[in-house]
Design a protein. Structure first.
Length: 290
């Protein structure tokens, strides 16, 4: 039974990675036509619509003890989305995706600095490798037109890490579906004002793509939650790296965009860093269970 759950968790995470690749391609298709703030607003609005049946049938998921934290987290999430959407519209898809994988590196650093989670030797080695990977990806773009876009991608990774650190604390008292529901409920009004300022009415095709993106976003949040419930984080988390080859393939087939070697080299270093951190987590868990 445990093996079956692990396989199911890995399969769900692989589908989430594929959904993330489709999400990135949609943002690029909308580049220059729909502003990132508008994409952020429609993303959370359609996501809330997708979540609405669950909220209506199970209103108990709205019980919460962390209203201010939900607002802060939603603001950080919205900032992260807009930063990444802007980067995806102006820089190579695979490069932006690779930088996004740096979020766990920043989570480890933040947990050390703010949550007193002292990293062991493997995690310290992972931090060094992870930051080396970030430098390898960014270095060729310094001074180029896409450099600013990639810095926005890095900002998105930092904000994502801050959100994950908040979830480590909020998850002690809040249910997973409560976290998803309140994030969407709060995000819609927060995103409405900047979206109104930059608003241009999408075409029917654009509305369809935006709706698909919102559904993918919500299903992905629920999928990640379920995957981590079924299997160990150290097994599930690295599967998200499938998003990089998925994105690279879509960038090539749809946009004739080839990823630079520096992107793959840096991503390999970040992947190695996350594997080291996963090994460290397994080692710590074995010690606790022993």
């Amino acid at each position: 039974m445990q093996d079956r759950n692990a396989i199911t968790g890995v399969a769900i995470m692989a589908l989430v990675a594929l959904g993330g690749a489709v999400d990135s391609a949609i943002v690029r298709l909308l580049a220059g036509e729909v502003h990132p703030f508008v994409i952020g607003f429609t993303r959370v609005s359609f996501g809330l619509l997708a979540m609405l049946p669950l909220i209506l049938t199970r209103p108990g998921i709205l019980r919460t003890q962390a209203r201010f934290s939900h607002v802060l987290r939603a603001a950080l999430k919205l900032g992260s989305l807009v930063a990444v959407f802007t980067a995806l519209q102006a820089a190579p898809l695979a490069t932006v995706t690779a930088i996004g994988f740096a979020a766990p590196i920043f989570v480890t650093l933040g947990a050390w600095l703010f949550l007193s989670e002292k990293p062991g030797p493997l995690r310290l080695m992972g931090l060094v490798l992870g930051f080396a990977g970030i430098v390898v990806i960014l270095a060729p773009s310094i001074g180029l037109g896409e450099g600013e876009a990639l810095m926005l991608a890095l900002l998105g990774a930092l904000l994502t890490a801050a959100i994950q650190l908040m979830l480590k604390v909020m998850g002690r008292t809040e249910r997973a579906d409560t976290l998803v529901a309140w994030n969407l409920i709060v995000s819609v009004p927060l995103a409405a004002l900047p979206a109104w300022y930059f608003w241009t009415t999408p075409t029917a095709t654009q509305w369809g793509l935006l709706a698909l993106q919102g559904v993918i976003g919500t299903v992905s949040q629920l999928g990640v939650t379920r995957a981590f419930q079924l299997a160990d984080a150290s097994l599930v988390a690295p599967v998200d790296f499938l998003r990089l080859p998925f994105v690279a393939a879509m960038a090539w087939f749809v946009f004739s965009e080839l990823s630079p070697i520096s992107t793959w080299a840096g991503a390999a270093l970040i992947f190695a860093a996350i594997l080291l951190m996963a090994a460290s987590a397994r080692g710590r868990q074995a010690v606790v269970q022993g």
